[in-house]
Design a protein around this ligand. Sequence first.
Ligand code: FPP
Length: 245
Amino acid sequence: MSLIDKLDYNRLPCHIAIIMDGNGRWARARGLERSEGHREGVSAIRKVVEAASKSSIQYLTLYAFSTENWNRPSEEVNGLMDLMVYAITRETADLIKNGVRIAYIGDIERLPGNVRETLEGCIRETAKGERLTLVLALSYSSKWEIAEAARKITCDFTKGILQEKDINEKTISRYLTTNGLPDPDLLIRTGGEQRISNFLLWQCAYAEFYFTDTFWPDFGEEELYKAIIDYQGRERRYGKISEQI
Ligand code: FPP
């Protein structure tokens, strides 16, 4: 029996965010190059996107490349960029067929031109998808995003578009790259580490965290359902007491 049958459809997380970690260790444990781990990581993405769509999750955000990942050896960075072009090109037709809309967050100006063009093409072609929004975090970090928001807010303040009284939580959210997306309900991190690594710091203020030792290439449909079931066993109090919920 699949764990999908154990999901409570009245209490699904609307938005799941995932820190996909452990590709390198997965490969090394098998005597393979790290790049093999990233390739298997793409297969895991496919499985998880299908599972999210099947279980009626509306938003899935994947931390595919962080600002800090630019500091990896150039060979690995170039390999990841090529892999993104390959994977996005190969998957676009299926994404359209399955009603998956692609979006991104991050500083995509830093991406090589061919990656940006492939991504933008996929965004255009999948724009009508209504089943699941798949957000790719690319060249993304929370501190970059918050600093950018502060810069844009100051700019609009100087132009008179914003006034001091307008500065509140809603305004700040509007200036983040996640504008228009609901905050994540559930943040999953694979690969055994228990940290947030500069990912959606503002947006995860009330997210439930789920950590698993499973390396990302081994994370699949059932693992996703297991995380959702764990989430459904939690009480989200948002600072209130149980009796008020
Ligand atoms: C983390 O494992 C994984 C990454 C930094 C890259 C993930 C990216 C992909 C799987 C490709 C994405 C493709 C698309 C189309 C979005 P790690 O290398 O940090 O593993 P380690 O901690 O074991 O070294």
